[in-house]
Design a protein around this ligand. Structure first.
Ligand SMILES: Cc1cc2nc3c(=O)[nH]c(=O)nc-3n(C[C@H](O)[C@H](O)[C@H](O)COP(=O)(O)OP(=O)(O)OC[C@H]3O[C@@H](n4cnc5c(N)ncnc54)[C@H](O)[C@@H]3O)c2cc1C
Length: 719
């Protein structure tokens, strides 16, 4: 049963201290796993991964629904609290204060891919093309990035993907799409088939999302607002505006599939032990950078401490023969750079850190996809993920489905259907989406055009969703019944934000979390809040269309429409004050429609309920040059009118060049979500993995180039 009989080859800090490796990767998260896997394909190199967390991979940590529960201790969840947001330039200048937004991550091998929403989206052709065309990052156009995106297979490929996983080498990555009802399980397929007919085909099974989302009531509502349906979000023909079934990182047995499982699983780690060392429980404190006699900065290695204290209070050292690559994520890669002497001079001096290179961009340009609930629609108990599993019989039934088929509510991705929209194409009154631009005949659907990059998304989530920003709020309870409200949520996400935040040092100790100034509606032009207000109106209009779809009789009508009501939304007398205080709300009469809700009501609602979309990025931005172009990032009037140009970081300068090398320091790169020059208008896990793949290719091509050069030199010396 090799390799199942061997434990995962996790090295301890003392095993690797004092040694030398070709490549040292700091952080074995989403990007770190991909990079380590790719680099260690080469038999001739040695690779060390230093990861703060541990493997701790077990069946419970892979159950899709449970693995997103941040309160569980076994998931290695890490929490950061941003500074309170104190200035809100709305409501005629009134100043509100919002609690600090809580951000979550995971310190474990696989990083955030172990606890995230599992949605797999590649992003828009036009967006990457704009990096190349407009930011001078000509090695990051679509033709360069597309081959580096991990593949996702659509539901039809479920059987095929399964057999391909079984017959291909360990390096094969299997990223499967949403959980489906397609069950084919040898060798007792006949019995399974019989059960399937009984239990699955004869409803009611499906995921809760399955009922609400795939029935035509919601689809009709979306179509009535002129949205185009896309079966597959990750094809080259996907439209830039419409609604989409998402691909989900779930494997054939219904388990979460993480960067660790895809790229650095036990089979790979065991097979490559001679050249790949994965050291867990190692917290890197800084990169060791020397100043050469001629003034150049060269990376030598990294210092780290054991999380379990086995190295005492001392820092231990590993040497990097070739390069150190930071993959510690958007909040901590800039922190490590600053502690190593690369960052804004005034900040480093404030903490008595010797300044090796003054770069004001380190930690700047923090972006995030701000998100929150817009409309909560209550429905029957078995339709909401929250309440469906509270019935013991239903729980048993779904346990059986999960264990037997990898299906059912337990394997359910929380978001199976999303919409992407361009706010400026929505009709102000009807909220219908235009398929041509308001001022021309050009299509709004062509995803290869940067003018069509969506600026907001709406997720439909089978839960009454609120930000865990407000930590005391756990579930929405109905005060009439005292029970959890079975509901689903229309959840808009700001996808193309202009707001910028920062990550700063609190002190000179890596153990102290950084100070985070979250980019929560901080753009002075109020662009972001305008987009969000439109997004909320759109969601209200959509929910109204959904509720009216009752009259459209047909086989595919949502069967429980008469049990649905709009429970919460902007401008409602919603009892939410009560809810905020005690975690209970009450059913209320809807008092506002998309047509009559006021701007102030929308803003109040947003500031009250919105928070992070968990997609922090941009804190070590990639740019064509360190200091920016001749305009220093300032845009002329004409450019500033166009949506993409308004958001760019790159022209203003950055931290890494387009081969991800830290400006002014040899042997040091950053490859994770922090390098995005502009936050992608999509879910960033696949784009982050693409960055790591790209980094591996840069490093490998450099190695290959050096090898060929050495060969050539040897040839010459022989002559
Ligand atoms: C709750 C949540 C939901 C999300 N949902 C989705 C989704 O549905 N779809 C999607 O596409 N994206 C989603 N994302 C975003 C996506 O997961 C991240 O953008 C992406 O995984 C970031 O990858 P990374 O490699 O940059 O960082 P991470 O994956 O966070 O990896 C960083 C690693 O560095 C390690 N580390 C940090 N400091 C040190 C140190 N000093 N020494 C050693 N190691 C260190 C950490 O332990 C961690 O393992 C979500 C994120 C979160 C948090």
């Amino acid at each position: 049963m090799w390799p199942m009989s061997f434990p995962y080859p996790e090295r301890r800090p003392l095993d690797v201290a004092g040694r030398t490796y070709d490549y040292v990767i700091v952080g074995g998260g989403t990007a770190g796993c991909v990079l380590a896997s790719r680099l260690s394909e080469d038999l001739s190199v040695s690779v060390l991964v230093l990861e703060k967390g541990y493997v701790r991979d077990h069946a419970l940590s892979r159950i899709p629904t449970l693995s997103q529960d941040f309160s569980r201790n076994d998931l290695q969840v890490v929490k950061f609290k941003a500074e309170p947001v104190s200035e809100m330039p709305t409501d005629g200048g009134r100043q509100n204060v919002k609690e600090g937004i809580v951000l979550y991550g995971c310190d474990g091998l696989g990083g955030a891919s172990r606890i995230n929403g599992m949605m797999l989206t590649r992003g828009w052709v036009g967006e990457y093309q704009a990096w190349a065309d407009d930011l001078g990052l000509d090695e990051w156009g679509w033709k360069d990035v597309e081959p580096c995106m991990p593949p996702t297979y659509n539901i039809e490929a479920r059987g095929a993907a399964r057999s391909s996983r079984e017959s291909t080498p360990a390096t094969t990555r299997v990223w499967l799409s949403k959980v489906t009802n397609d069950v084919s399980w040898d060798p007792i397929a006949a019995i399974h088939q019989a059960f399937r007919v009984l239990l699955i085909d004869c409803k009611p099974i499906n995921t809760p999302a399955g009922q609400v989302l795939t029935t035509c009531s919601m689809e009709r509502a979306m179509a009535s607002l002129n949205l185009v349906k896309n079966e597959d979000i990750n094809t080259s023909t996907t439209t830039a505006q419409g609604y989409y079934h998402t691909h989900t990182a779930v494997d054939v047995s219904g388990q979460r599939h993480t960067a660790y499982h895809g790229y650095l699983n036990k089979q790979i780690a065991l097979a490559r032990q001679d050249r790949l060392s994965i050291c867990t429980g190692a917290a890197v404190t800084k990169v060791c950078i020397d100043t050469e006699p001629d003034g150049r900065l060269s990376t030598r290695g990294v210092f780290f401490k054991a999380v379990d204290g086995s190295t005492g209070s001392l820092e231990v050292y590993v040497k990097a023969r070739r390069e150190v690559i930071l993959c510690a994520g958007a909040l901590r890669s800039p922190q490590i750079l600053m502690l190593s002497g690369i960052g804004p001079k005034d900040q480093l001096e404030r903490h008595n850190i010797p300044v090796l290179r003054d770069n004001p961009h380190v930690g700047s340009h923090l972006t995030d996809h701000v998100a929150g609930p817009a409309v909560v629609i209550s429905g029957p108990e078995h339709e909401s993920l929250l309440t469906a599993l509270q019935s013991p019989f239903r729980l048993l039934y779904h346990l059986f489905l999960y264990i037997w088929y990898g299906l059912g509510l337990i394997a359910s991705p929380t978001t199976a259907l999303v919409m992407f929209l361009q706010s400026y194409t929505l009709n102000d009154k009807t909220m219908e989406a235009r398929r041509t631009h308001p001022d021309s005949t050009l299509s709004t659907l062509d995803a290869s055009k940067k003018s069509n990059i969506p600026d907001f998304e709406v997720q439909i989530t089978p839960l009454p969703c609120f930000q865990p920003t407000f930590e005391r709020v756990t579930a929405l309870k109905d005060t009439d019944t005292g029970k959890d409200v079975p509901a689903f949520t229309l959840w808009p996400v700001l996808m193309s934000p202009f707001s910028r935040g920062r990550v700063e040092l609190v002190d000179a100790d890596m153990a102290t979390p950084p100070r985070i100034i979250h980019p929560f509606f901080t753009d002075t032009r109020n662009h972001d809040i305008s987009v969000m207000k439109k997004a909320l109106r759109f969601c209200m209009r959509l929910s109204e269309a959904f509720m009216k779809s009752e009259g459209q009789v047909g086989d595919d009508k949502y069967p429980y429409l008469d049990r649905c009501s709009i429970f919460m939304g902007p401008g409602m007398d919603d009892g939410m004050g009560e809810y905020e205080a005690s975690g209970t709300g009450r059913k209320t009469v809807k008092s506002r429609t998309a047509a009559d809700v006021t701007d102030i009501e929308l803003e109040t609602f947003i500031y009250r309920w919105f928070g992070t979309g968990y997609h922090q990025a941009g804190t070590c931005a990639m740019a064509a040059s360190e200091t920016g172009d001749e305009r220093g990032g300032r845009l002329d009037h004409k450019e500033a009118e166009r949506p993409f140009e308004k958001r760019i970081n790159g022209r203003a300068g950055g931290v890494v060049d387009q081969h991800l090398r830290v400006f002014g320091v040899s042997g040091l790169r950053v490859a994770d979500a922090s390098i995005f020059p502009v936050i992608p208008s999509t879910h960033p896990m696949i784009p982050t993995m693409m960055v790591a793949e790209r980094c591996a290719r840069f490093l490998k091509s450099y190695e290959e180039f050096k090898y060929l050069q050495d060969e050539a030199n040897r040839e010459i010396s022989k002559r």
